[in-house]
Write a protein that binds this ligand. Structure first.
Ligand SMILES: NC(=O)c1ccc[n+]([C@@H]2O[C@H](COP(=O)([O-])OP(=O)(O)OC[C@H]3O[C@@H](n4cnc5c(N)ncnc54)[C@H](O)[C@@H]3O)[C@@H](O)[C@H]2O)c1
Length: 442
């Protein structure tokens, strides 16, 4: 197929590469000339594993332009993957989507053939039918259905594995204006996906609600595991990993996202959960579960800070290993490591930080922190070291990397007790005591 993709960011550029890789002719569009130039020169506009290689290998089918008109006139299907930032009330803003719709509409006006427009950005339920479709009709002077089709097709991907997740999804979600539009998108995904995903076709509003509900459900699961970890910390002999591994064996529950540790972060989970609550509240429905999930998540940083401060010598330094919101990404939005560092700095505590990839992004937010040159450099400066992101390179730290007499607070339980000699080692979710079951090897 001939596809245009509006927005070449963290989601749009991997989507462009995957679609070209599967034999489609793809034209990318972005307001940012540097992103357009990157694609034109065969480079990735953003960091994502496998993206550089995939763009390079598919240059003949992948181009980019700053001109909407050029892209839309040359293609049959246009994906919109622009930001939908959260407003202060937690709802997603449509301002970038509407700005894109205006330009798409103007280009559609000049086109005689039928065209399919697909929105992939996360939006509030009611937005596609109530806001986007009227905007496209107004700016194009055309009618949705006979003149162009419209689908809502959000992606379920995780940063760090976007390409894999796009090639091997569990499910493809399609909210469609009409049968023809949904069928085109279904055909595209049948040819793109390697996992034979379940294709769920429905109206716009069900698809919009499904997208938000998936992330709200997953965040509920994470907060449940964190609540369990907190209980385990108070029960001598309890170990959250032992408990979650066992309960995850029940097929009604499952193992995924059931790890008691720190709160969830990143660009999607926190705000999708809050948006769900905002939607329910606005419609007069109590969103107690989603609100409790969010409240539990916000308690993780203060809880960790208290555990650290209780073990800090006066005037000591806290080392924080991990600033990205999860391993293998430079993204720091809503990251627990950055949240912890900010919380401690605000209390006048000396903080040293290190992350393999997120240092540049974190510098602007943590001006009072000392940025170490390596994990061991950070560990050596600190009296209490918290491991806040489970990066592989942290798993190799041993007692000689730490200051003598330091306390290590391993939030993800990645360091074997035997590698840490006579240091005090505390495992979150496992008693927060040195004589924990993990430490004893049970
Ligand atoms: N990043 C994720 O993990 C993820 C996962 C699922 C859903 N989403 C959703 O996907 C959407 C995009 O997210 P992202 O992370 O790719 O954002 P991003 O900020 O990384 O990229 C968005 C891109 O759109 C461009 N852009 C903005 N307005 C434009 C316009 N009018 N015309 C052309 N280009 C424009 C920006 O320059 C930027 O390059 C959001 O709604 C987000 O909630 C993101």
């Amino acid at each position: 197929m001939k596809l245009s993709i509006i927005g070449l960011g963290k989601l749009g550029s991997p989507m462009a590469a995957v679609m070209a890789h599967k034999g489609n002719q793809v034209v990318g569009v972005d307001l940012n000339p540097a992103f357009v130039k990157a694609i034109q020169e065969g480079r990735p506009p953003v960091n994502e594993p496998g993206l550089a290689e995939m763009i390079q290998a598919n240059r003949e089918r992948l181009t980019a332009t700053e001109s909407y008109e050029e892209a839309i006139l040359a293609t049959d299907v246009t994906f919109i993957i622009v930001p939908t930032p959260s407003d202060p009330d937690g709802r997603f803003s449509m301002r970038y989507v509407l700005s894109a719709a205006e330009k798409i509409g103007a280009a559609l006006k000049k086109k005689t053939e039928w065209h399919l427009v697909v929105l992939s950005s996360t939006v509030m339920p009611g937005s596609v039918g109530g806001i986007l479709q009227p905007a496209l009709e107004k700016h194009s002077g055309k009618k949705c259905g006979p003149d162009f089709g419209l689908c809502y097709n959000p992606e379920f991907i995780a940063l760090g594995s976007v390409i894999r997740d796009m090639l091997r999804p569990d499910m493809i979600l399609i909210g469609e204006s009409d049968e023809r539009s949904g069928a085109i998108l279904e055909a595209l995904y049948s040819q793109t996906c390697e996992s034979n995903p379940r294709i769920q076709r429905m109206n716009y509003v069900n698809a919009e609600l499904t997208k938000l509900s998936v992330n709200t459900f997953v965040t509920t699961k994470i907060s449940y595991a964190n609540m369990l970890a907190q209980v385990c910390d108070t029960l001598p002999g309890a170990d959250v990993d032992v408990v979650t591994t066992a309960i995850g064996c029940d097929s009604r529950i499952g193992q995924k996202y059931l790890k008691g540790a720190l709160g969830y972060g990143g660009p999607c989970f926190p705000r999708d959960n809050v948006a769900f609550s905002a939607l329910a509240r606005a419609n007069g429905v109590p969103a107690l579960l989603a609100e409790a999930t969010d409240a539990l998540n916000k308690r993780q940083v203060p809880r960790l800070a208290d555990a650290i401060l209780a073990r800090m010598p006066k005037g000591g330094t806290v080392g924080i290993l991990g600033l990205s919101y999860k391993p293998n990404t430079e993204v720091i939005e809503e990251s627990q490591g950055v949240g912890l560092a900010s919380h401690l700095l605000a209390q006048g505590v000396r903080v040293a930080v290190y992350d393999p990839e997120a240092m540049t992004n974190a510098r602007a937010l943590l001006s009072g922190a000392e940025f170490a040159s390596s994990a061991a450099d950070c560990a050596r400066k600190a009296d209490v070291v918290a491991i806040t992101t489970a990066w592989d390179e942290f798993k190799r730290l041993t007692s000689s990397d730490f200051k003598a007499g330091a306390t290590v607070l391993d939030c993800w339980r990645i360091l074997p007790r035997e590698a840490l000699g006579d240091l005090t080692v505390l495992y979150l979710g496992s008693g927060l005591t040195e004589a924990s079951p993990v430490a004893a090897g049970y």
